[in-house]
Design a protein around this ligand. Structure first.
Ligand SMILES: *[C@@H]1O[C@H](CO)[C@@H](O)[C@H](O)[C@H]1NC(C)=O
Ligand SMILES: *[C@@H]1O[C@H](CO)[C@@H](O)[C@H](O)[C@H]1NC(C)=O
Ligand SMILES: *[C@@H]1O[C@H](CO)[C@@H](O)[C@H](O)[C@H]1NC(C)=O
Length: 569
Protein backbone atom coordinates (compact mmCIF):
# COMPACT_ATOMS: atom_id res chain seq x y z
CA UNK A 1 0.00 0.00 0.00
CA UNK A 2 1.37 3.35 -0.95
CA UNK A 3 -1.34 5.44 0.59
CA UNK A 4 0.09 7.94 2.98
CA UNK A 5 -1.77 8.62 6.13
CA UNK A 6 -1.84 12.35 6.66
CA UNK A 7 -0.56 13.54 9.96
CA UNK A 8 -3.08 13.64 12.74
CA UNK A 9 -1.23 16.49 14.36
CA UNK A 10 -3.54 19.08 12.95
CA UNK A 11 -6.54 17.34 14.40
CA UNK A 12 -5.11 17.97 17.82
CA UNK A 13 -5.31 21.65 17.15
CA UNK A 14 -1.63 22.29 17.68
CA UNK A 15 -0.75 24.20 14.60
CA UNK A 16 -3.85 25.85 13.35
CA UNK A 17 -2.29 29.12 12.44
CA UNK A 18 -0.26 27.58 9.67
CA UNK A 19 -1.46 28.25 6.17
CA UNK A 20 -0.02 24.95 5.02
CA UNK A 21 -2.81 22.42 4.80
CA UNK A 22 -1.69 18.87 5.36
CA UNK A 23 -4.58 16.73 6.41
CA UNK A 24 -7.47 16.13 4.11
CA UNK A 25 -5.99 16.79 0.67
CA UNK A 26 -7.56 14.56 -1.95
CA UNK A 27 -4.97 14.58 -4.69
CA UNK A 28 -1.67 12.79 -4.39
CA UNK A 29 1.32 15.11 -4.46
CA UNK A 30 3.50 15.21 -7.54
CA UNK A 31 1.25 13.37 -9.94
CA UNK A 32 2.92 13.09 -13.28
CA UNK A 33 1.31 12.42 -16.62
CA UNK A 34 2.85 10.05 -19.17
CA UNK A 35 3.89 11.27 -22.60
CA UNK A 36 0.72 10.02 -24.30
CA UNK A 37 -1.60 12.04 -22.08
CA UNK A 38 -1.78 14.84 -24.65
CA UNK A 39 -2.88 12.36 -27.33
CA UNK A 40 -5.64 11.00 -25.15
CA UNK A 41 -6.78 14.48 -24.20
CA UNK A 42 -7.04 15.31 -27.90
CA UNK A 43 -9.02 12.15 -28.57
CA UNK A 44 -11.56 13.15 -25.92
CA UNK A 45 -11.74 16.69 -27.28
CA UNK A 46 -12.40 15.25 -30.74
CA UNK A 47 -15.26 13.16 -29.39
CA UNK A 48 -16.66 16.28 -27.73
CA UNK A 49 -16.45 18.52 -30.80
CA UNK A 50 -17.80 15.80 -33.10
CA UNK A 51 -20.74 15.31 -30.75
CA UNK A 52 -21.34 19.02 -30.23
CA UNK A 53 -21.09 19.83 -33.95
CA UNK A 54 -23.78 17.23 -34.63
CA UNK A 55 -25.88 18.71 -31.83
CA UNK A 56 -25.48 22.20 -33.29
CA UNK A 57 -26.39 20.98 -36.76
CA UNK A 58 -29.51 19.04 -35.86
CA UNK A 59 -30.64 20.05 -32.40
CA UNK A 60 -29.30 23.46 -31.40
CA UNK A 61 -31.50 25.04 -28.73
CA UNK A 62 -33.16 21.73 -27.90
CA UNK A 63 -32.25 19.44 -25.03
CA UNK A 64 -30.81 16.33 -26.67
CA UNK A 65 -29.50 15.34 -30.08
CA UNK A 66 -31.01 12.18 -31.54
CA UNK A 67 -27.84 10.99 -33.23
CA UNK A 68 -29.38 8.23 -35.34
CA UNK A 69 -32.38 10.08 -36.69
CA UNK A 70 -30.39 13.34 -36.85
CA UNK A 71 -33.08 15.13 -35.01
CA UNK A 72 -33.76 16.30 -31.48
CA UNK A 73 -35.79 15.56 -28.41
CA UNK A 74 -36.70 17.77 -25.45
CA UNK A 75 -36.36 15.74 -22.29
CA UNK A 76 -35.58 18.69 -19.96
CA UNK A 77 -38.38 21.14 -20.80
CA UNK A 78 -36.81 22.34 -24.01
CA UNK A 79 -34.51 24.99 -22.58
CA UNK A 80 -31.39 23.73 -24.36
CA UNK A 81 -30.04 21.33 -21.74
CA UNK A 82 -27.06 20.22 -23.83
CA UNK A 83 -25.88 23.81 -24.25
CA UNK A 84 -26.09 24.67 -20.56
CA UNK A 85 -24.67 21.33 -19.49
CA UNK A 86 -21.77 21.54 -21.96
CA UNK A 87 -20.56 24.99 -20.95
CA UNK A 88 -18.28 24.07 -18.06
CA UNK A 89 -16.69 21.32 -20.17
CA UNK A 90 -16.06 23.81 -22.97
CA UNK A 91 -14.27 25.96 -20.43
CA UNK A 92 -12.20 22.99 -19.26
CA UNK A 93 -11.26 22.12 -22.85
CA UNK A 94 -10.61 25.71 -23.88
CA UNK A 95 -13.32 25.72 -26.57
CA UNK A 96 -13.78 29.48 -26.43
CA UNK A 97 -15.97 30.06 -29.47
CA UNK A 98 -18.48 27.40 -28.53
CA UNK A 99 -18.45 28.64 -24.95
CA UNK A 100 -19.16 32.24 -25.91
CA UNK A 101 -21.99 31.15 -28.16
CA UNK A 102 -23.40 28.97 -25.36
CA UNK A 103 -23.22 31.76 -22.78
CA UNK A 104 -24.98 34.07 -25.21
CA UNK A 105 -27.73 31.47 -25.65
CA UNK A 106 -28.02 30.66 -21.94
CA UNK A 107 -28.29 34.33 -21.02
CA UNK A 108 -31.59 34.49 -22.91
CA UNK A 109 -33.37 31.29 -21.89
CA UNK A 110 -36.91 31.96 -20.72
CA UNK A 111 -37.28 29.79 -17.64
CA UNK A 112 -40.66 31.27 -16.79
CA UNK A 113 -42.43 28.59 -18.79
CA UNK A 114 -41.72 25.05 -19.92
CA UNK A 115 -41.34 24.62 -23.67
CA UNK A 116 -42.81 21.13 -23.44
CA UNK A 117 -45.91 19.57 -21.91
CA UNK A 118 -43.77 18.04 -19.17
CA UNK A 119 -43.76 19.23 -15.61
CA UNK A 120 -40.43 20.51 -14.38
CA UNK A 121 -38.14 18.38 -12.25
CA UNK A 122 -36.69 20.33 -9.33
CA UNK A 123 -33.72 17.96 -9.12
CA UNK A 124 -32.84 17.72 -12.82
CA UNK A 125 -33.27 21.47 -13.33
CA UNK A 126 -31.05 22.14 -10.35
CA UNK A 127 -28.15 19.86 -11.22
CA UNK A 128 -28.08 20.61 -14.96
CA UNK A 129 -29.37 24.15 -15.43
CA UNK A 130 -28.66 25.93 -12.14
CA UNK A 131 -25.44 23.95 -11.72
CA UNK A 132 -24.32 24.64 -15.29
CA UNK A 133 -25.18 28.35 -15.16
CA UNK A 134 -23.50 29.09 -11.83
CA UNK A 135 -20.43 26.97 -12.46
CA UNK A 136 -19.88 28.75 -15.77
CA UNK A 137 -20.43 32.10 -14.08
CA UNK A 138 -17.60 31.28 -11.68
CA UNK A 139 -15.27 29.71 -14.22
CA UNK A 140 -15.54 32.72 -16.53
CA UNK A 141 -14.56 35.17 -13.83
CA UNK A 142 -17.90 36.19 -12.28
CA UNK A 143 -18.59 38.59 -15.13
CA UNK A 144 -21.62 37.19 -16.87
CA UNK A 145 -24.28 38.38 -14.44
CA UNK A 146 -27.02 37.15 -16.80
CA UNK A 147 -26.09 33.58 -15.86
CA UNK A 148 -26.87 34.29 -12.21
CA UNK A 149 -30.06 36.11 -13.15
CA UNK A 150 -31.19 33.10 -15.18
CA UNK A 151 -30.41 30.67 -12.38
CA UNK A 152 -32.42 32.89 -10.05
CA UNK A 153 -35.37 33.05 -12.45
CA UNK A 154 -35.47 29.26 -12.56
CA UNK A 155 -34.98 28.78 -8.81
CA UNK A 156 -37.72 31.27 -7.99
CA UNK A 157 -40.13 29.12 -9.99
CA UNK A 158 -38.80 25.89 -8.51
CA UNK A 159 -39.16 27.29 -4.98
CA UNK A 160 -42.88 26.79 -5.31
CA UNK A 161 -42.29 23.05 -4.98
CA UNK A 162 -42.02 23.59 -1.21
CA UNK A 163 -45.71 23.76 -0.42
CA UNK A 164 -47.06 25.32 2.75
CA UNK A 165 -43.70 25.60 4.48
CA UNK A 166 -42.95 21.91 4.06
CA UNK A 167 -39.42 20.61 4.44
CA UNK A 168 -39.36 18.49 1.30
CA UNK A 169 -40.10 19.88 -2.16
CA UNK A 170 -42.33 18.05 -4.58
CA UNK A 171 -40.23 16.40 -7.21
CA UNK A 172 -41.96 18.13 -10.11
CA UNK A 173 -44.01 21.23 -10.63
CA UNK A 174 -46.30 22.47 -13.36
CA UNK A 175 -44.83 25.81 -14.45
CA UNK A 176 -48.08 26.94 -16.06
CA UNK A 177 -50.09 26.80 -12.85
CA UNK A 178 -47.23 26.80 -10.32
CA UNK A 179 -48.73 23.71 -8.73
CA UNK A 180 -46.76 20.69 -7.67
CA UNK A 181 -47.18 17.45 -9.57
CA UNK A 182 -48.77 14.86 -7.37
CA UNK A 183 -46.21 12.19 -6.92
CA UNK A 184 -43.88 10.89 -4.29
CA UNK A 185 -40.36 12.15 -4.37
CA UNK A 186 -37.13 10.49 -3.34
CA UNK A 187 -34.10 11.30 -1.25
CA UNK A 188 -31.92 12.02 -4.28
CA UNK A 189 -34.39 14.63 -5.48
CA UNK A 190 -34.77 16.11 -1.99
CA UNK A 191 -31.12 15.89 -0.97
CA UNK A 192 -29.21 17.04 -4.05
CA UNK A 193 -29.90 20.74 -3.99
CA UNK A 194 -27.55 22.09 -1.32
CA UNK A 195 -24.48 22.84 -3.45
CA UNK A 196 -26.31 24.67 -6.22
CA UNK A 197 -28.77 26.57 -4.03
CA UNK A 198 -25.98 27.57 -1.66
CA UNK A 199 -24.06 29.00 -4.62
CA UNK A 200 -27.19 30.84 -5.73
CA UNK A 201 -27.58 32.39 -2.28
CA UNK A 202 -23.95 33.40 -2.41
CA UNK A 203 -24.29 35.19 -5.75
CA UNK A 204 -27.70 36.77 -5.14
CA UNK A 205 -27.09 37.64 -1.50
CA UNK A 206 -30.44 36.07 -0.65
CA UNK A 207 -30.23 33.26 1.93
CA UNK A 208 -33.66 31.84 1.12
CA UNK A 209 -32.30 29.43 -1.50
CA UNK A 210 -29.77 27.71 0.75
CA UNK A 211 -32.31 27.62 3.55
CA UNK A 212 -34.79 25.68 1.39
CA UNK A 213 -32.13 23.24 0.22
CA UNK A 214 -30.68 22.69 3.68
CA UNK A 215 -33.98 22.06 5.36
CA UNK A 216 -34.87 19.48 2.74
CA UNK A 217 -31.61 17.53 3.08
CA UNK A 218 -31.70 17.82 6.87
CA UNK A 219 -35.22 16.43 6.95
CA UNK A 220 -34.09 13.41 4.95
CA UNK A 221 -31.21 12.89 7.33
CA UNK A 222 -33.35 13.31 10.45
CA UNK A 223 -36.20 11.03 9.37
CA UNK A 224 -36.38 7.52 10.77
CA UNK A 225 -34.14 5.26 8.73
CA UNK A 226 -34.08 1.47 8.33
CA UNK A 227 -30.34 1.43 9.06
CA UNK A 228 -28.24 4.11 10.77
CA UNK A 229 -27.53 6.91 8.32
CA UNK A 230 -29.24 5.07 5.47
CA UNK A 231 -32.73 6.47 4.82
CA UNK A 232 -35.14 4.70 2.51
CA UNK A 233 -35.39 5.87 -1.05
CA UNK A 234 -38.96 7.16 -1.34
CA UNK A 235 -40.33 10.16 0.52
CA UNK A 236 -43.71 11.88 0.63
CA UNK A 237 -43.33 15.63 0.15
CA UNK A 238 -46.75 16.35 1.64
CA UNK A 239 -45.61 15.06 5.02
CA UNK A 240 -41.83 14.85 4.68
CA UNK A 241 -42.06 11.26 5.86
CA UNK A 242 -40.45 8.19 4.33
CA UNK A 243 -42.48 5.77 2.22
CA UNK A 244 -41.31 2.19 2.57
CA UNK A 245 -37.71 1.61 3.44
CA UNK A 246 -35.70 0.54 0.43
CA UNK A 247 -32.02 1.37 0.92
CA UNK A 248 -29.68 1.76 -2.04
CA UNK A 249 -26.70 3.79 -3.21
CA UNK A 250 -28.23 3.62 -6.70
CA UNK A 251 -30.70 5.84 -8.55
CA UNK A 252 -33.33 7.60 -6.46
CA UNK A 253 -30.94 7.80 -3.48
CA UNK A 254 -27.41 8.18 -4.91
CA UNK A 255 -26.59 11.86 -4.88
CA UNK A 256 -28.21 12.48 -1.47
CA UNK A 257 -25.24 10.54 -0.06
CA UNK A 258 -22.85 12.22 -2.48
CA UNK A 259 -23.72 15.75 -1.29
CA UNK A 260 -23.46 14.91 2.41
CA UNK A 261 -19.69 15.19 2.04
CA UNK A 262 -19.46 17.49 -1.00
CA UNK A 263 -21.58 20.22 0.58
CA UNK A 264 -19.45 20.68 3.72
CA UNK A 265 -16.34 20.48 1.53
CA UNK A 266 -17.66 23.20 -0.79
CA UNK A 267 -18.67 25.49 2.04
CA UNK A 268 -16.20 24.54 4.78
CA UNK A 269 -19.14 25.04 7.10
CA UNK A 270 -18.53 24.69 10.81
CA UNK A 271 -21.74 22.68 11.01
CA UNK A 272 -20.46 19.12 11.45
CA UNK A 273 -23.92 17.71 10.81
CA UNK A 274 -23.25 17.04 7.13
CA UNK A 275 -19.90 15.32 7.41
CA UNK A 276 -21.01 13.31 10.43
CA UNK A 277 -24.12 12.17 8.61
CA UNK A 278 -21.98 11.08 5.68
CA UNK A 279 -19.63 9.22 8.03
CA UNK A 280 -22.56 7.46 9.62
CA UNK A 281 -23.97 6.48 6.22
CA UNK A 282 -20.63 5.08 5.09
CA UNK A 283 -19.94 3.28 8.34
CA UNK A 284 -23.38 1.74 8.24
CA UNK A 285 -22.87 0.72 4.62
CA UNK A 286 -19.60 -0.98 5.50
CA UNK A 287 -21.33 -2.85 8.32
CA UNK A 288 -24.55 -3.73 6.53
CA UNK A 289 -24.29 -3.47 2.75
CA UNK A 290 -20.75 -4.46 1.81
CA UNK A 291 -20.96 -7.70 -0.14
CA UNK A 292 -18.22 -9.81 -1.72
CA UNK A 293 -19.05 -11.93 -4.75
CA UNK A 294 -18.45 -15.66 -4.50
CA UNK A 295 -16.74 -15.52 -7.86
CA UNK A 296 -13.81 -13.16 -8.09
CA UNK A 297 -14.20 -11.60 -4.62
CA UNK A 298 -15.40 -8.32 -6.04
CA UNK A 299 -16.53 -5.79 -3.45
CA UNK A 300 -20.00 -4.34 -3.98
CA UNK A 301 -22.65 -2.48 -2.01
CA UNK A 302 -25.90 -4.44 -1.88
CA UNK A 303 -29.38 -2.92 -1.63
CA UNK A 304 -31.47 -3.56 1.50
CA UNK A 305 -35.24 -3.91 1.42
CA UNK A 306 -37.94 -3.13 3.95
CA UNK A 307 -37.95 -6.76 5.06
CA UNK A 308 -34.32 -6.51 6.03
CA UNK A 309 -33.07 -8.59 3.13
CA UNK A 310 -30.02 -7.81 1.04
CA UNK A 311 -30.30 -7.67 -2.73
CA UNK A 312 -27.12 -8.34 -4.62
CA UNK A 313 -27.78 -5.75 -7.28
CA UNK A 314 -25.68 -2.88 -8.53
CA UNK A 315 -25.90 -0.25 -11.24
CA UNK A 316 -23.92 2.12 -13.38
CA UNK A 317 -25.54 4.99 -11.46
CA UNK A 318 -24.35 3.62 -8.11
CA UNK A 319 -20.76 3.41 -9.34
CA UNK A 320 -20.17 7.02 -8.29
CA UNK A 321 -19.71 5.55 -4.79
CA UNK A 322 -16.07 4.55 -5.23
CA UNK A 323 -15.05 8.10 -6.12
CA UNK A 324 -17.19 9.52 -3.35
CA UNK A 325 -15.61 7.27 -0.72
CA UNK A 326 -12.14 8.11 -2.04
CA UNK A 327 -12.94 11.79 -1.72
CA UNK A 328 -14.53 11.50 1.72
CA UNK A 329 -11.94 9.01 2.94
CA UNK A 330 -9.24 11.58 2.18
CA UNK A 331 -11.16 14.50 3.69
CA UNK A 332 -11.79 12.59 6.90
CA UNK A 333 -8.31 11.06 6.93
CA UNK A 334 -9.79 7.59 7.05
CA UNK A 335 -7.89 4.85 5.21
CA UNK A 336 -10.59 2.27 5.82
CA UNK A 337 -13.11 4.30 3.86
CA UNK A 338 -10.52 5.26 1.26
CA UNK A 339 -9.49 1.65 0.64
CA UNK A 340 -13.08 0.46 0.40
CA UNK A 341 -13.54 3.23 -2.15
CA UNK A 342 -10.70 1.80 -4.23
CA UNK A 343 -12.28 -1.67 -3.99
CA UNK A 344 -15.60 -0.33 -5.24
CA UNK A 345 -13.79 1.32 -8.16
CA UNK A 346 -12.21 -2.05 -9.00
CA UNK A 347 -15.55 -3.87 -9.05
CA UNK A 348 -17.19 -1.19 -11.17
CA UNK A 349 -14.31 -1.23 -13.65
CA UNK A 350 -14.68 -5.00 -13.85
CA UNK A 351 -18.18 -4.41 -15.28
CA UNK A 352 -16.47 -2.56 -18.14
CA UNK A 353 -13.49 -4.80 -18.75
CA UNK A 354 -15.65 -7.95 -18.75
CA UNK A 355 -17.93 -7.09 -21.67
CA UNK A 356 -17.35 -7.56 -25.36
CA UNK A 357 -17.31 -3.80 -25.99
CA UNK A 358 -15.33 -2.83 -22.90
CA UNK A 359 -18.27 -0.70 -21.75
CA UNK A 360 -20.30 -1.54 -18.65
CA UNK A 361 -24.02 -2.28 -18.39
CA UNK A 362 -26.77 -0.21 -16.81
CA UNK A 363 -27.52 -2.74 -14.05
CA UNK A 364 -26.03 -5.97 -12.81
CA UNK A 365 -26.18 -8.54 -10.03
CA UNK A 366 -23.88 -11.00 -8.28
CA UNK A 367 -24.05 -13.86 -5.81
CA UNK A 368 -22.68 -13.83 -2.32
CA UNK A 369 -23.03 -16.39 0.41
CA UNK A 370 -20.82 -14.41 2.77
CA UNK A 371 -23.37 -11.91 4.03
CA UNK A 372 -26.75 -11.96 5.69
CA UNK A 373 -28.75 -12.09 2.51
CA UNK A 374 -28.06 -14.60 -0.19
CA UNK A 375 -31.41 -13.43 -1.45
CA UNK A 376 -31.21 -12.54 -5.10
CA UNK A 377 -34.96 -12.17 -5.56
CA UNK A 378 -36.12 -11.57 -9.09
CA UNK A 379 -32.53 -11.50 -10.18
CA UNK A 380 -32.05 -15.22 -10.08
CA UNK A 381 -29.81 -15.64 -13.08
CA UNK A 382 -30.78 -17.30 -16.34
CA UNK A 383 -28.42 -19.94 -17.71
CA UNK A 384 -26.81 -17.31 -19.89
CA UNK A 385 -26.33 -14.97 -16.96
CA UNK A 386 -24.99 -17.79 -14.81
CA UNK A 387 -22.37 -18.56 -17.43
CA UNK A 388 -21.39 -14.89 -17.52
CA UNK A 389 -21.26 -14.75 -13.74
CA UNK A 390 -18.95 -17.74 -13.41
CA UNK A 391 -16.49 -15.99 -15.69
CA UNK A 392 -16.76 -12.42 -14.45
CA UNK A 393 -18.14 -12.25 -10.90
CA UNK A 394 -21.28 -10.32 -11.91
CA UNK A 395 -23.97 -10.62 -14.55
CA UNK A 396 -25.77 -7.86 -16.45
CA UNK A 397 -29.48 -7.50 -15.70
CA UNK A 398 -29.89 -4.45 -17.97
CA UNK A 399 -27.37 -4.49 -20.75
CA UNK A 400 -27.68 -1.07 -22.28
CA UNK A 401 -25.30 1.89 -21.97
CA UNK A 402 -26.79 5.36 -22.34
CA UNK A 403 -23.64 7.49 -22.10
CA UNK A 404 -23.50 7.54 -18.32
CA UNK A 405 -20.41 8.83 -16.46
CA UNK A 406 -20.18 7.17 -13.04
CA UNK A 407 -17.58 4.47 -13.67
CA UNK A 408 -15.20 6.88 -15.39
CA UNK A 409 -15.96 9.54 -12.79
CA UNK A 410 -14.77 7.26 -9.98
CA UNK A 411 -11.83 6.18 -12.12
CA UNK A 412 -10.84 9.88 -12.32
CA UNK A 413 -10.92 10.23 -8.52
CA UNK A 414 -8.86 7.06 -8.13
CA UNK A 415 -6.22 8.41 -10.54
CA UNK A 416 -5.95 11.82 -8.90
CA UNK A 417 -5.86 10.31 -5.39
CA UNK A 418 -3.35 7.49 -6.00
CA UNK A 419 -1.30 8.36 -9.08
CA UNK A 420 -1.56 4.73 -10.16
CA UNK A 421 -1.22 4.66 -13.94
CA UNK A 422 -3.61 1.72 -14.27
CA UNK A 423 -6.44 4.24 -14.01
CA UNK A 424 -5.02 6.12 -17.00
CA UNK A 425 -4.84 2.87 -18.95
CA UNK A 426 -8.49 2.18 -18.15
CA UNK A 427 -9.58 5.64 -19.23
CA UNK A 428 -7.65 5.18 -22.49
CA UNK A 429 -9.37 1.82 -23.03
CA UNK A 430 -12.75 3.48 -22.53
CA UNK A 431 -11.89 6.12 -25.14
CA UNK A 432 -11.02 3.35 -27.61
CA UNK A 433 -14.30 1.56 -26.88
CA UNK A 434 -16.26 4.75 -27.38
CA UNK A 435 -14.52 5.46 -30.69
CA UNK A 436 -15.09 1.92 -31.85
CA UNK A 437 -18.62 1.15 -30.68
CA UNK A 438 -20.44 4.44 -30.08
CA UNK A 439 -19.44 6.48 -33.11
CA UNK A 440 -22.19 6.91 -35.62
CA UNK A 441 -22.37 8.83 -38.87
CA UNK A 442 -22.52 12.13 -36.99
CA UNK A 443 -22.03 12.10 -33.23
CA UNK A 444 -22.03 9.29 -30.69
CA UNK A 445 -24.82 7.03 -29.49
CA UNK A 446 -25.42 4.62 -26.62
CA UNK A 447 -25.75 0.85 -26.98
CA UNK A 448 -28.67 -1.47 -26.31
CA UNK A 449 -26.30 -4.33 -25.48
CA UNK A 450 -22.78 -3.71 -24.22
CA UNK A 451 -21.99 -7.35 -24.71
CA UNK A 452 -22.57 -7.27 -28.45
CA UNK A 453 -19.47 -6.28 -30.37
CA UNK A 454 -20.62 -7.74 -33.66
CA UNK A 455 -20.82 -4.27 -35.09
CA UNK A 456 -24.48 -4.93 -35.70
CA UNK A 457 -25.62 -4.11 -32.20
CA UNK A 458 -28.48 -1.67 -31.91
CA UNK A 459 -27.74 1.85 -30.81
CA UNK A 460 -29.78 4.18 -28.66
CA UNK A 461 -31.10 7.24 -30.47
CA UNK A 462 -30.54 9.77 -27.70
CA UNK A 463 -27.52 11.72 -26.57
CA UNK A 464 -28.33 13.11 -23.15
CA UNK A 465 -26.65 16.27 -21.92
CA UNK A 466 -24.58 14.41 -19.32
CA UNK A 467 -22.43 13.04 -22.16
CA UNK A 468 -21.07 16.60 -22.54
CA UNK A 469 -21.25 17.61 -18.88
CA UNK A 470 -19.83 14.51 -17.24
CA UNK A 471 -18.41 11.68 -19.35
CA UNK A 472 -16.22 13.79 -21.59
CA UNK A 473 -15.19 16.18 -18.81
CA UNK A 474 -14.04 13.44 -16.43
CA UNK A 475 -12.25 11.62 -19.26
CA UNK A 476 -10.51 14.78 -20.42
CA UNK A 477 -9.46 15.80 -16.91
CA UNK A 478 -8.03 12.33 -16.30
CA UNK A 479 -5.40 13.17 -18.93
CA UNK A 480 -5.09 16.84 -18.08
CA UNK A 481 -2.57 18.61 -15.86
CA UNK A 482 -3.62 17.52 -12.35
CA UNK A 483 -3.28 21.11 -11.18
CA UNK A 484 -5.96 22.10 -13.68
CA UNK A 485 -9.29 21.78 -11.86
CA UNK A 486 -7.62 20.09 -8.92
CA UNK A 487 -9.86 18.10 -6.60
CA UNK A 488 -8.35 20.13 -3.78
CA UNK A 489 -9.63 23.37 -5.30
CA UNK A 490 -12.93 22.41 -6.86
CA UNK A 491 -15.95 20.36 -5.90
CA UNK A 492 -17.98 18.85 -8.72
CA UNK A 493 -21.74 18.85 -8.44
CA UNK A 494 -23.46 15.59 -9.36
CA UNK A 495 -23.60 16.76 -12.98
CA UNK A 496 -19.81 17.38 -12.93
CA UNK A 497 -20.05 21.15 -12.89
CA UNK A 498 -17.02 22.37 -10.91
CA UNK A 499 -17.43 24.87 -8.09
CA UNK A 500 -14.46 26.63 -6.56
CA UNK A 501 -13.95 25.65 -2.94
CA UNK A 502 -11.87 27.24 -0.20
CA UNK A 503 -8.69 25.52 1.01
CA UNK A 504 -9.18 22.04 2.41
CA UNK A 505 -9.91 22.19 6.13
CA UNK A 506 -8.10 20.11 8.70
CA UNK A 507 -11.05 17.91 9.38
CA UNK A 508 -14.56 17.30 8.18
CA UNK A 509 -16.87 16.22 10.95
CA UNK A 510 -16.17 14.74 14.33
CA UNK A 511 -16.79 11.13 13.43
CA UNK A 512 -19.69 8.75 13.40
CA UNK A 513 -20.66 9.05 17.02
CA UNK A 514 -21.98 12.57 17.19
CA UNK A 515 -22.17 12.55 20.96
CA UNK A 516 -18.57 11.68 21.65
CA UNK A 517 -16.49 14.78 22.16
CA UNK A 518 -13.37 14.62 20.04
CA UNK A 519 -10.47 17.04 20.15
CA UNK A 520 -11.66 20.00 18.13
CA UNK A 521 -9.60 22.83 16.84
CA UNK A 522 -10.87 26.04 18.30
CA UNK A 523 -13.02 27.57 15.64
CA UNK A 524 -10.34 29.62 14.00
CA UNK A 525 -9.89 27.48 10.96
CA UNK A 526 -8.25 29.83 8.52
CA UNK A 527 -10.36 30.75 5.54
CA UNK A 528 -9.03 32.93 2.83
CA UNK A 529 -12.12 34.93 2.12
CA UNK A 530 -15.69 35.56 3.07
CA UNK A 531 -16.67 32.87 0.63
CA UNK A 532 -18.21 30.52 3.10
CA UNK A 533 -20.25 33.01 5.06
CA UNK A 534 -23.49 31.81 3.54
CA UNK A 535 -22.76 28.31 4.65
CA UNK A 536 -23.64 29.26 8.15
CA UNK A 537 -26.83 31.02 7.18
CA UNK A 538 -29.43 30.00 9.73
CA UNK A 539 -31.59 27.15 8.61
CA UNK A 540 -35.27 27.15 9.22
CA UNK A 541 -35.97 24.94 12.15
CA UNK A 542 -37.48 21.59 11.38
CA UNK A 543 -41.06 22.52 10.77
CA UNK A 544 -44.01 20.36 11.63
CA UNK A 545 -44.86 18.35 8.53
CA UNK A 546 -47.63 20.10 6.71
CA UNK A 547 -50.76 18.08 6.15
CA UNK A 548 -51.69 19.06 2.66
CA UNK A 549 -53.66 16.69 0.51
CA UNK A 550 -52.27 13.23 0.42
CA UNK A 551 -50.56 11.85 -2.62
CA UNK A 552 -49.58 8.42 -3.63
CA UNK A 553 -49.76 8.11 -7.37
CA UNK A 554 -46.56 6.73 -8.76
CA UNK A 555 -43.15 6.59 -7.26
CA UNK A 556 -41.92 9.76 -8.91
CA UNK A 557 -38.59 8.12 -9.57
CA UNK A 558 -38.03 9.80 -12.88
CA UNK A 559 -36.57 8.63 -16.15
CA UNK A 560 -33.45 7.16 -14.74
CA UNK A 561 -35.25 4.89 -12.35
CA UNK A 562 -37.72 3.78 -14.96
CA UNK A 563 -34.79 2.76 -17.08
CA UNK A 564 -33.07 1.13 -14.17
CA UNK A 565 -35.93 -1.26 -13.64
CA UNK A 566 -36.08 -2.36 -17.25
CA UNK A 567 -34.67 -5.83 -17.72
CA UNK A 568 -33.30 -6.88 -21.04
CA UNK A 569 -30.92 -9.77 -20.72
C1 LIG B 1 -48.29 18.06 -14.44
O1 LIG B 1 -48.77 18.27 -13.14
C2 LIG B 1 -50.16 18.55 -13.10
C3 LIG B 1 -50.49 18.94 -11.67
O2 LIG B 1 -50.24 17.88 -10.79
C4 LIG B 1 -50.92 17.34 -13.59
O3 LIG B 1 -52.31 17.60 -13.58
C5 LIG B 1 -50.46 17.03 -15.02
O4 LIG B 1 -51.07 15.84 -15.45
C6 LIG B 1 -48.97 16.89 -15.09
N1 LIG B 1 -48.57 16.79 -16.48
C7 LIG B 1 -47.81 15.82 -16.94
C8 LIG B 1 -47.49 15.87 -18.40
O5 LIG B 1 -47.39 14.90 -16.25
C1 LIG C 1 -12.58 4.99 9.80
O1 LIG C 1 -13.82 4.55 9.29
C2 LIG C 1 -14.19 3.26 9.76
C3 LIG C 1 -15.43 2.88 9.00
O2 LIG C 1 -16.46 3.79 9.23
C4 LIG C 1 -14.38 3.32 11.25
O3 LIG C 1 -14.71 2.03 11.73
C5 LIG C 1 -13.11 3.79 11.91
O4 LIG C 1 -13.33 3.98 13.30
C6 LIG C 1 -12.65 5.10 11.31
N1 LIG C 1 -11.33 5.42 11.82
C7 LIG C 1 -11.09 6.55 12.47
C8 LIG C 1 -9.70 6.75 12.94
O5 LIG C 1 -11.96 7.40 12.67
C1 LIG D 1 -23.50 -7.89 -39.44
O1 LIG D 1 -24.59 -7.92 -40.35
C2 LIG D 1 -24.23 -8.18 -41.68
C3 LIG D 1 -25.46 -7.99 -42.56
O2 LIG D 1 -26.55 -8.70 -42.02
C4 LIG D 1 -23.64 -9.59 -41.78
O3 LIG D 1 -23.25 -9.87 -43.12
C5 LIG D 1 -22.42 -9.66 -40.88
O4 LIG D 1 -21.91 -10.97 -40.84
C6 LIG D 1 -22.76 -9.24 -39.45
N1 LIG D 1 -21.54 -9.13 -38.69
C7 LIG D 1 -21.37 -9.82 -37.58
C8 LIG D 1 -20.01 -9.67 -36.96
O5 LIG D 1 -22.23 -10.48 -37.05
Amino acid sequence: MVYLRPSRVLLLGLSLSTSCVVGGSIQKNDLSLPADAQTNRDRVKDIFTTSYDAYKKYAFGHDDLKPLSKSFTDSRNGWGASIVDAMSTMWVMGLTDDLNEAIEFASKIDFSKSNTQDNVSVFESTIRYIGGLLSTYELTGNQNQALVDKAKQLADKLSQAWVGGSDIPYGHIDFASNTPAKANSNIAEAGTLTMEWWALSKYTGDPKYVQLAEKSAKRVANNNAPLPGLPGQVIDPSTGNPVGGYVTWGGGSDSYFEYLIKYPRLTNTDDDFWSNTWRTAVDSSINNLLSVSDVGNHVYLADYDSNGRLHHVGSHLACFHGGNWIMGGKLTNNDTIFNHGLDLVEACWNTYSSTATGIGPEAFAWKSSGDNGDFTGSNNPTALQEAFYVQHGFYPTSSYYILRPEVLESNFYAWRATGDSKYLDRAAQAISSFEKYLKVDEGFAGLTNVNDNSGNGTKVDDMESFWFAEVLKYLYLTFDDPKHVSLDEYVFNTEAHPFKAPSVKHNYGTGIDQNTPTPQPTETTPTTSTEDSEATAPTASQSVPSLTDSLGDGLGLGRNMAKLFRKDM
